[in-house]
Design a binder for this molecule. Structure first.
Ligand code: AMP
Ligand code: FE
Ligand code: FE
Ligand code: ZN
Length: 285
């Protein structure tokens, strides 16, 4: 059994449609794949309709959240959510707010770049997102197309970096509130790439303890952005706190170099996750 529980389609910042992504998953020999677009469930219907025979598809999402340390500014944290009820009103309203926040913030970044003479324009970014949730990767691709940077990675290392003068933050969900919403909707909250230091500041163990007290059920251990030492630390933390452990690629099509299935989840851990999710069911034969 090969199980990849974190992927992005063109419903957010991946480059493949949900149907293409599932075909990629099947071709890579996966048995189970979760679709976890940022702040939207818009890919669920197309994925269900296009599911190849023999492939199990787990409906999921990656919620943009923040942790508030007592002694420093808020830290961005991503919360994976699986098997929740997409119609839960409170959770749906919060996702909608986050998407609006992304539009407003994306526009601020693009206008600041344009004001300094970079050849990027907000309508072009909206067009590139093709009705999906807007993120910095769409701006990065526009910068590549305009010849300003030579790769998406280069854009993230420079102009779009969280330390860049052009960076703008968005008002993400308080992670404890996010966890409560996922649980209220019958879903399984899993802390995504918790020690991925190259993305910015990361939280301490105290935050994971507090998140667990708030209802967190799992932690993503095997992720391409985690070193062996970081994985070992998270595995120990999960054992101490009784959390499910997952492994995933965080596949984004050609927006990243990581292939689908680059990291995978242990089948017994996947069974525990399935047993905990009551808001929706996997799509399977
Ligand atoms: P945003 O959600 O708009 O803040 O943008 C963050 C997203 O950008 C993450 O979800 C990643 O998918 C993507 N990202 C971050 N760093 C890189 C990178 N170096 N190369 C490609 N994509 C990246
Ligand atoms: Fe992303
Ligand atoms: Fe993420
Ligand atoms: Zn992701």
């Amino acid at each position: 059994m090969r199980i990849d529980l974190h992927t992005h389609s063109s419903a957010s910042d991946g480059t493949e449609t949900p149907a293409e992504l599932l075909a990629t998953a099947r071709a890579a020999g996966l048995d189970v794949v979760a679709l976890t677009d940022h702040d939207t469930t818009a890919g669920w219907g197309p994925a269900q309709a296009a599911r190849p025979h023999g492939l199990t598809v787990v409906p999921g999402m990656e919620l943009s959240c923040r942790w508030f340390p007592s002694d420093q500014p808020p830290i961005s944290v991503h919360l994976l959510a699986y098997l929740f009820d997409s119609l839960h009103p409170g959770f749906a309203a919060e996702r909608s707010r986050l998407r609006d926040e992304r539009l407003e913030r994306g526009q601020r970044i693009v206008e600041a770049l344009a004001a300094d003479g970079y050849p990027v324009h907000w309508p072009e970014i909206v067009e590139r997102s093709d009705g999906g949730v807007v993120g910095r990767p769409h701006i990065a691709r526009a910068l590549v197309a305009a010849g300003v940077v030579d790769s998406v990675d280069h854009a993230f290392a420079t102009l779009l970096n969280h330390r860049s003068p052009y960076y703008a933050a968005k008002v993400d969900t308080d992670v404890r509130e996010g966890i409560a919403l996922v649980r209220a909707a019958g879903g399984v909250p899993v802390f995504a790439h918790g020690l991925a230091t190259k993305r910015g500041r990361v939280v301490g163990d105290d935050a994971v303890v507090a998140m667990t007290e708030a209802g967190l059920l799992g932690i993503e251990v095997d992720h391409p952005d985690h070193s062996e030492a970081e994985r070992a630390h998270l595995r120990g933390l999960a054992a101490d706190l009784g959390l499910i452990t997952t492994g995933s690629s965080d596949y984004h099509g050609t927006n990243k170099t990581t292939p689908i299935g680059a990291c995978t989840t242990d089948p017994a851990q996947f069974e525990a996750l399935l047993a905990a999710g009551t808001g929706s069911a996997p799509y399977r034969d």
